[in-house]
Design a protein around this ligand. Structure first.
Ligand code: SF4
Length: 135
């Protein structure tokens, strides 16, 4: 059995608590608080204690889906992103940039959130940007 304890940041909100992922044979099986972390100081809320649960969950979406003839079908990222770009472009043209909003997530890294707001402002042309930590 290969056991690893890997410290990371909880993905659920912007507090930034640290947790230790318990990994057995490459699978995340549990979470322990990080006693030495200056933010969380060995504490986690209930979401942090269960932060590993979604990673290997059978309901987790891992591939993009497009509804075709009333049924969701797995498609390539290329096909999904082309459809998103086409539809965002037509909504922007027909209703204006401020008809579009971008919701980001605490599960994204700071860098990903930065890119999403940049995409909203510089590419789409809207300041309608919000984040799940405020919802
Ligand atoms: S453990 Fe709770 S408070 Fe801490 S980052 Fe995660 S969700 Fe936020």
């Amino acid at each position: 059995m290969d056991y690893k304890n890997i410290q990371t940041i909880c993905p659920y909100c912007g507090c930034g608590c640290a947790l230790n992922l318990e990994v057995i044979d490459g699978e995340i099986v549990g979470v322990l608080p990080a006693n030495d972390h200056p933010v969380s100081q060995g504490s986690l809320c209930i979401k942090g204690w269960n932060a590993h649960a979604f990673v290997g969950h059978e309901d987790r979406l891992k591939k993009p889906l497009i509804r075709k003839n009333g049924q969701l079908e797995e498609v390539s990222w290329n096909e999904a992103l082309k459809l998103v770009a086409k539809n965002l472009g037509s909504i922007q043209k027909k209703h204006g940039a401020d008809s579009i909003g971008v919701l980001t997530s605490a599960k994204c890294t700071n860098e990903e959130n930065y890119l999403l707001q940049k995409f909203a402002r510089a590419v789409i042309g809207t300041n309608n940007v919000d984040h799940c930590a405020r919802l």
